[in-house]
Ligand binder design. Sequence first.
Ligand SMILES: Nc1ncnc2c1ncn2[C@@H]1O[C@H](COP(=O)(O)OP(=O)(O)OP(=O)(O)O)[C@@H](O)[C@H]1O
Ligand SMILES: [Mg+2]
Length: 356
Amino acid sequence: MNEEDAENEKEQEEEQEPVTAQSEMELNKQKYQFIEDLPGVGPATALKLKELGYHTVESLAMATSRELDPVGVSEKKAFQIIEAARSAIGISFIRADELFKMRKNVLRLSTGSKALDKVVDGGLETQTITEFYGEYGSGKSQMCHQLCVNVQLPPERGGLNGGALYVDTENTFRLERIVQMSKFLDLDPETVVKNIIYAEAYTSDHQMFLLENADEIIKKNNIKLIIVDSLTAHFRSEYLGREMLATRQQKLNKHMHKLIALARAFNAVAVVTNQVMAKPDQFFGDAIHPIGGNIVGHTSHTRIYLRKAPHGPIRIARLVSSPYLPEGEEILKVTENGIEDVSEEEKAEKASKSRR
Ligand SMILES: Nc1ncnc2c1ncn2[C@@H]1O[C@H](COP(=O)(O)OP(=O)(O)OP(=O)(O)O)[C@@H](O)[C@H]1O
Ligand SMILES: [Mg+2]
């Protein structure tokens, strides 16, 4: 930092007190559009913040003062910057009534199956992470594709009028599927495709890097759905053995927290997918567990287990954990059109077949 910058920053710091009062929120919203507008952020600090992945006021609002350590500002100043950013986007985590206000802004995204939507109280919610786990072919990626299309629908059709960001780690994203699903919903496939920002992650570090630098893209493209498909595949193949487990979990934890921060900052739905493994269980035979252990379990707010019915397109979706909903199970199907409900006739037919 040259002297002039340091000087400017000092001046700004002295001139402007941190703003937290609720009455000033609206004002701050207009005043602090860019991180450079925040009190205490001079050009040098702005540059360092951007290097750390904070390009927007929204993402800065979700940072902790410790995360700003590498910027080289005092803890007090870091706290003031974050406070100002929070006030600019109209949230503060300090008071419980503010938290309540934030919860009131939660929006819901339809899965394409009314039955499953009902199990999750109206659809997947913004500001939190939903995890779909299950074995290969259980429909996790199909669900992700469907959500990319659904998010573009207006709210009255279960959407959020927004775009999607798709972080693909296994190269399984298929535009053809998006086109098929769009047509079925009477949407113009060309427009739908344009509203999906696609990023292929080549390694776990690359995957982390993509999210760490996604804030500006999310803001510019009105992204309302952030997908990481698959969350764990790279981590699992790169960090082998017991001695690497701690590092892997630490990185996964950081990655998940970045995802939560983005989902909150932009009031977006976050979805991750996860494979399963069979763990020998002393009493009940082999039990199926999602990968990633406690870290993934605790940071995914809603976990949905997908499994295949013996034949055909039917899948069973089970809500395994949610902070406030009871467990529940429903069936849906994966077809050419996407994720669909199973009709009463189909259910009856299936039931009579299984009785035979
Ligand atoms: N066009 C289509 N029409 C009908 N069903 C399809 C179509 N495309 C895919 N499917 C169904 O979706 C399945 C693939 O599901 P998906 O790719 O979502 O699995 P996954 O859970 O992501 O698996 P993995 O763990 O390997 O990533 C196929 O086996 C098929 O049953
Ligand atoms: Mg998949």
